[in-house]
Design a protein around this ligand. Sequence first.
Ligand code: NAP
Length: 392
Amino acid sequence: MNLPFKQHLIDPEICIRCHSCEMACTADAIEHDDTNVVVNADLCNYCMDCIPVCPTGSIDEWRVVAEPYSLAAQYGFEELPEQEDLAGAGADNVEALDEAVAALLAEAHQGAGGASKPPASADRPTVNMYPLAKPTSATVQGNYSLTDDPTHDVRHLILDLGGVPFPIMEGQTIGIIPPGTDDKGKAHLPRLYSVSSPRDGERPNFNNLSLTVKREEHGLCSNFLCDLEKGDEVQVTGPFGATFLIPSDPDARLLMICTGTGAAPMRAFTMRRQRSIGGTSGGMTIFFGARTPKSLPYFGPLSKVPKTLLDQHLVYSRDGKKEYVQDRLLVEEEKIAELLVDPNTHIYICGLRGMEDGVERAFTTIAESIGEQWIAMRDVMRQEGRYHVETY
Ligand code: NAP
């Protein structure tokens, strides 16, 4: 192994333990224990297959090191180490190392959605309180259908954590461990779901939370969850995620863009604001894409949210004309342009992976219409913790 050695690492604070990277890695370089997902420096061949599949950008972390972090060291990480001072470590080719670090920083965070920062005013979340080795159990308190379309079953599931502390914030996810074993006889890995309730619970102060789950054909965990009945028990890990969080600043304006069940965190954000600052909010705007009104989760409750709190753009792809969220962003070009230039605006994008490119193209067109470069604007927003993407 030659110096400078560029080591691939995973940020344990941001990783939501969905294991997508592990499944995508053809070099078998990514593995996990009950706490962290880590990269074996001896096996990683820099093929980058793991980068685009990561929903959080936590995979896109690199350090130039004199001595690679061992697997044991990475399993012990609670947060990612800073780039070490290699000159101080006695490395003789300091110039080459400096260049390598500069190049690394320049190229870092270009992949996937890019690594994200939390909003400056966000409260600090608890992460991984219940790891794979120590899941907790929750009891199903309710399981309600959210759609009126037999081919598109989306459910609102309320889980009661009982007397067990489970501090969770809007935008975070939890893991659900489906019962049984895989074809190798191993216990299933948890599947990740965003909470759709605010931090004080679906029912305030009763230590409960809600999930928004769509039944997927042949989906192991989604069918398990959608079929649960009141009183059933589920095994839960988490909470996970430390960046896709709501700002506490009441003047922050939120631009939320989502498709289907990607609305889960947006519902949590909206309820949080409704309960905490209500009408004095800086303003929220949602662009929400679904096939039809009957398949749009929370269609009824959304219609009751005051328009002064939430400016709603519900967009349908199979209800007469085909329209996607990115098409509607262009229709509302002036409104979006005004939001993009406001330093109080925070953007959240959640849902289908495919929407990301379309939304980026729409932002590019809108930014150009006001003489701006979208990529430069986005990089500033990301750096300031105001741009967040979670697509699967
Ligand atoms: P869906 O109902 O299949 O699709 C929702 C809407 O998005 C439809 O109108 C669909 O149109 C449209 N769409 C399809 N391709 C698009 C594209 N390239 N650009 C913009 N819009 C597009 O959605 P879903 O099955 O609920 O999926 C939601 C996604 O969110 C899943 O991938 C899920 O993993 C992810 N997610 C879920 C959570 C959660 O907590 N539940 C959290 C984060 C992310 P057509 O199908 O008519 O083309």
